[in-house]
Design a protein around this ligand. Structure first.
Ligand code: GDP
Ligand code: MG
Length: 451
């Protein structure tokens, strides 16, 4: 596995300077193989690896992770970022009905998805309507009606022999007319979301694209979801490009993730089209469906869930170790400015400080609130700049910081002497207060040991 290969390639080299080019290259080679094995398209792999290398070159060596783990962490973060970071939500129309059109090759899972979406939307309190615009396959309308019934959602279908608005009197029927009529029906009966199922072909073909594109033009959907089978692997790029150019889409749904595909299609489609992945399907049943989770997908593509868990734990453990050491120092009144800074930075890792503090009980009222509003991230940046401009001896024992040192520190950090005074005075106060509190709460001596 990738985890094993990485383990044997690299030695442990924690906490020293920057990641070396050799470390980065060795890890990048293994990641490249993992991505190709996951069926990510080659040009996408190349681009991606280059970006990761750039980022890794600037990164300082972590205290908690070895170089391979650290590169993997960067890869994972990049991957999660590309796959969508926070999942994008469905675009809803300001004025209902919201129209969601499904497009994709035959067998991709559109009709099944229509049922899944309908069920899911209903669960969210919507009143969906399915519209059957696949008039190509003899049984397609009936198939949609069946999934609709299972989801408890009605299906708008052309009457047998009907031809929609009558613009195309010949042939198997007029999907554009059915789409239009379906949406009019939804407006009339106050369904608030319409899911339009369309026809697909086994391969990309012009007539299919024209039909889908005509439906899009006629009904102006709020979302066009490109439905793609995760098992098609390398073909995903060409198919996605064809649909992007022929119909255009605003989001992607990956299906058949219950199979053994590693899901490289996700990264390829995302990179090539720039459109977000909104949902994932992982089975034939209506409930085998979820909003897309970039982090799960990333770990699947890399095929190293274990390693990612390990990395997370190593970092948490390291933080715990640091915190325990700091608690010890607090209770004995030996906290240095460096410890103080590390604590602030750790706190910030959890998110904007104001948010965290606001979650504390009672934090929203009066005095507390006023005090909290003063602590913002910019302040921590300034604090960091000031402390970084001090010598280790000054950080260790701020008592030595005399007037001329204060001027030097202020200049070095781009702040004023009064900022430096402020910080030093507040640090002494905080240290005193923390020592008292630590005594009160029995922190420090006898506490949990992290080693
Ligand atoms: P369409 O041609 O795009 O409408 O595709 P269908 O919805 O008819 O699905 C084609 C086949 O794939 C059907 O047999 C579905 O049951 C199956 N299918 C759809 N989604 C999934 C999925 O997420 N996992 C699995 N295993 N099968 C699926
Ligand atoms: Mg279908």
């Amino acid at each position: 596995s990738l985890s094993e290969r990485l383990g044997s390639t690299l030695r442990d080299l924690r906490g020293k300077g920057r990641l070396s080019d050799a470390d980065i290259d060795a890890t990048a080679r293994e990641i490249r193989i993992a991505l190709l094995e996951a069926d990510v398209a080659l040009p996408v792999v190349r681009q991606f690896i280059n970006r990761v290398k750039e980022r890794a070159k600037g990164a300082e060596v972590s205290q908690a992770l070895n170089p391979a783990q650290q590169v993997v962490k960067i890869v994972n973060e990049e991957l999660v970022g590309i796959l969508g970071g926070e999942t994008r939500r469905l675009n809803l129309a300001k004025e209902p009905p919201t129209v969601i059109m499904l497009a994709g090759l035959q067998g991709a899972g559109k009709t099944t998805l229509a049922g899944k979406l309908a069920r899911w939307l209903k669960g969210q309190g919507h009143t969906p309507l399915l519209v059957a615009c696949d008039l190509q396959r003899p049984n397609a309308v009936n198939q949609l009606q069946i999934v609709g019934e299972r989801a408890g959602v009605p299906t708008f279908a052309p009457h047998p022999g009907a031809t929609g608005s009558g613009e195309l009197p010949q042939g198997p029927g007029d999907p554009v007319g059915v789409a239009r009529d379906g949406i009019a029906h939804a407006r009339d009966k106050q369904y608030d979301v319409v899911v339009v199922d369309t026809a697909g072909r086994l391969g990309v073909d012009e007539e299919l694209m024209r039909q889908a594109s005509d439906i899009r033009t006629a009904v102006q959907p709020d979302e066009v979801l490109f439905v793609v089978d995760a098992m098609i692997g390398q073909d995903a790029v060409a198919t996605a490009e064809a649909f992007r150019d022929g119909v255009g889409f605003t989001g992607v749904v990956l299906t058949k993730l219950d199979g053994d595909a590693r899901g490289g299609a996700a990264l390829s489609v995302r990179e090539v089209t720039g459109q977000p992945i909104l949902f994932a399907s992982n089975g034939e049943k209506l409930e085998d469906f979820d909003v897309f989770h970039p982090d799960r997908m990333s770990s699947r593509i890399l095929g190293m869930g274990d390693l990612l868990t390990l990395i997370e734990q190593a970092e948490q453990y390291f933080d715990a170790e640091q915190s325990a050491a700091a608690a010890q120092k607090i209770s004995s009144g030996e906290l240095s400015l460096e410890d103080f800074l590390q604590q602030m930075l750790q706190l910030r890792k959890m998110g904007p400080i104001g948010n965290i503090l606001n979650m504390l009980p009672g934090a929203n009222q009066g005095q507390m609130k006023a005090a909290l509003d003063q602590v913002d991230d910019r302040q921590i940046d300034r604090l960091q700049a000031i402390i970084r401009s001090m010598t280790p001896a000054e950080r260790d024992d701020p008592k030595v910081i005399n007037a001329s040192r204060r001027v030097r520190i202020a200049n070095g950090s781009g702040t004023t002497v009064s900022d430096v005074n402020d910080l030093v005075n507040r640090f002494f106060e905080a240290r005193k207060m923390m020592k008292q509190m630590a005594g009160q709460f029995g922190l420090g001596g006898g506490g949990r040991s992290a080693t």
